[in-house]
Write a protein that binds this ligand. Structure first.
Ligand SMILES: [Zn+2]
Length: 263
């Protein structure tokens, strides 16, 4: 089985100093590719460096809504230069309205800026959204959707938004939240996503799957998400692996060109 972990943060301090062994365990578990998303300017270099050292690690550069209030003047220009210089996606970007309401305007502006950079350079985006589904769909609609594709990571929104986001060009990615027995909303959304729009992720080092004992999450645990998703959809595990792998390649394939994985 070949797997693609659609959303990780290997540059996180919990993983970075043991990234080689984490990536080796991922390979042993069948994970060939991982989309590694930056969250703030300070980790852009770390993400690019990881993607240089490990062929299976694909980079995305961006500013996460949690960090937009700390951005230093000129970040937009520096982000655009980074995107222009590397075969990378744009992420992690998005909206988190669970944060202080005073940051919302800044979050909205940063999202629009980053969506426009993605469109200009024809890159896929990785989106975080919490308690801001109305504003997210409004901004995506206003910006003409996601012409070069994008994913909404750890989807936990209302199931009736699935079709709306798909129509805007989004893939929907599911993580370990699905493995929690009480999570009815994510399970009912996961059941109705179009087969061609479905992705899986670990969000490592966060979101340890239910029942796994570990200090931090890592891509090698992706199988737990896969099995849970297949069970929810009444589908076969290898077929679900194949489907999500093919979907990830459709979304991120342009970033893989020229990279070869050693056997
Ligand atoms: Zn993330």
């Amino acid at each position: 089985m070949k797997l693609f972990d659609a959303h990780v943060h290997l540059q996180d301090s919990r993983i970075l100093n043991r990234a080689s062994e984490v990536i080796r365990r991922a390979r042993e578990a069948g994970i060939l590719w991982m989309m590694c998303c930056a969250t703030r300017e300070e980790d852009w270099d770390g993400v690019i460096e990881l993607s240089r050292m490990h062929a299976g690690v694909l980079p995305s550069l961006g500013v996460h809504p949690w960090h937009v209030h700390q951005c230093k003047t000129g970040w937009q220009e520096r982000l655009e230069a980074g995107i222009g210089a590397h075969a990378c996606g744009v992420g992690e970007i998005g909206l988190d309205y669970a944060l202080d309401p005073q940051t919302r305007e800044l979050q909205n502006t940063a999202l629009v800026v980053q969506l426009r950079i993605a469109r200009r350079y024809r890159r896929p985006v990785s989106i975080h959204c919490r308690k801001a589904w109305g504003p997210l769909t409004a901004i995506l609609r206003q910006e003409g959707g996601l012409p070069d594709g994008g994913l909404v990571h750890a989807f936990g929104g209302p199931p009736d938004l699935v079709k709306v986001l798909e129509q805007l060009g989004a893939f929907l990615s599911f993580g370990a939240a699905l493995t929690r027995p009480g999570n009815k909303r994510a399970k009912s959304a996961a059941a109705i996503v179009s087969p061609q729009r479905l992705l899986i992720e670990t969000d490592s080092p966060d979101m340890i799957p239910y029942g796994v004992e570990a200090d931090f999450n890592e891509p090698a645990h992706l199988g737990r998400v896969l099995e849970t998703l297949a069970a929810i959809r009444g589908a076969d595990v290898p077929k679900t692996a194949e489907l999500t792998f093919a979907n990830s390649l459709r979304l991120f394939g342009n970033l893989i060109k020229g990279r070869t994985l050693n056997p």
